[in-house]
Design a protein around this ligand. Structure first.
Ligand SMILES: Cc1ncc(COP(=O)(O)O)c(C=O)c1O
Length: 368
């Protein structure tokens, strides 16, 4: 019998976008409570616990700021707080998101130079080191890096970028976007000498979209005191002065209810356990190229509409040419195998040629 269209989807949707990711029921339940005055002692205790907890997740003892925004807001906050018009920053190309960070910095008035790289093979760190060593006058004020490039699934070795800065004795700040790595792969803000860590709520932290979190080193705070780009809502100094809430405007208390629970979940599993689980399930995004003559969007539409599986699409120049499987956050083996089997089913239904045996290979790997 031919497969019937799934016109009335039953069961849970298999959600394998690389962000937002699945929100665990525990986090949903923690957020399902009445609102609270953000200056009430009960809330301030939750707020305090979230600050302390997120420092453990970032592995930092330095400053933390929460923004009611998506990751783009935290990018904008970092640029506006750290730089003055016309200053030069170095962007390491990894893919679509590194180019977005570049565009934002240029739009806010910075000069941007890019260390170019192929999106499939990644950057040669020696090229970063070379550029830094050549900058004898220390014109470059910062290196902007994306830890896990969500468009391609490529991971940038941040510790090597730090080493390149140290070897060149270059004082530039190191900014890292951990939007799709935090809470899914190892990250050590202080040990790796990161000056600004940018994170979002909707991936490894397993929360709804809409809160961004920034870790700021004392060196970056020092730089922010001299920076002349205009800012108000994102002004870190102003935020720090708003005591005790450290927030400009109304604090989104429900995010903190959720974050307290998500930190609890990460720590129950232990961060090392979380990273090991992600490594076992494959860290944390896979970008799959379509064969010539087939668009990923047609296959993704079948996956969603007939089989209730949500996959990520290609971004920027990769639109239609690739699809992305997100396997990060609240995920286990059956969820992953269900996604892989249904991806094969959708490809078969769409007439996309592929080599059989992918799901079997995944079982072999997971059983090992
Ligand atoms: C690596 C990376 N940087 C930045 C962003 C932008 O974050 P947001 O969509 O939360 O604004 C994303 C979003 O997916 C991302 O994956």
């Amino acid at each position: 019998m031919p497969a019937q269209a799934n016109t009335t989807p039953r069961g849970r949707q298999f959600f394998n976008n690389p962000g937002p990711t699945n929100i665990p029921d525990r986090v949903l339940r923690a957020m399902d409570r009445p609102v609270m005055d953000f200056l009430a002692p009960e809330f301030l205790e939750i707020h305090r616990a979230c600050y302390a907890g997120i420092k453990r997740v970032f592995k930092t003892d330095q400053e933390i700021f929460f923004h009611a925004s998506t990751g783009h807001g935290a990018w904008e906050a970092a640029v506006a707080n750290l730089f003055s018009p016309g200053e030069l920053v170095l962007v390491i190309e990894t893919g679509y998101f590194s180019m977005g960070f570049k565009e934002l910095a240029e739009t806010l008035g910075l000069r941007v130079e890019v260390v170019q790289a192929d999106w499939r093979t990644g950057v040669d760190i020696a090229k970063v080191a070379e550029r830094l060593a050549a900058d004898k006058g220390h014109e470059i004020k910062a290196v902007l890096a994306v830890h896990n490039e969500t468009a391609t699934g490529m991971v940038l070795p941040l510790a090597e970028v730090r080493r390149a800065l140290d070897q060149a004795k270059h004082p530039a700040l190191l900014l890292s976007d951990t939007i799709s790595s935090l809470g899914s792969m190892e990250y050590k803000m202080d040990a790796w000498g990161i000056d600004v860590t940018i994170a979002g709520s909707q991936k490894g932290l397993m929360l709804p979209t809409g809160m961004a979190i920034t870790g700021v080193s004392s060196k970056a705070l020092e730089a922010s005191r001299k920076a002349k780009l205009p800012k108000y809502y994102f002004n870190w100094e102003l935020m720090a002065q708003r005591k005790p809430q450290r927030f400009i405007g109304t604090v989104p208390v429900h995010f903190f209810f959720g974050l307290q629970e998500s930190i609890k979940m990460l720590e129950e599993e232990t961060l090392e356990g979380v990273f090991a689980r992600h490594a076992r399930l494959s860290n944390s995004v896979t970008t799959v190229m379509m064969p010539e003559g087939h668009t990923s969007d047609a296959m993704r539409k079948i996956a969603l509409e007939r089989f209730n599986l949500s996959l990520g699409g290609g971004l920027g120049p990769l639109m239609g040419k690739v699809f992305r499987i997100g396997h990060l956050g609240d995920l286990n083996e059956p969820m992953l195998l269900g996604c892989l089997a249904t991806t094969e089913l959708a490809m078969k239904t769409a007439g996309v040629p592929f080599a059989a045996g992918g799901v079997d290979a995944a079982i072999q790997s997971l059983a090992a």
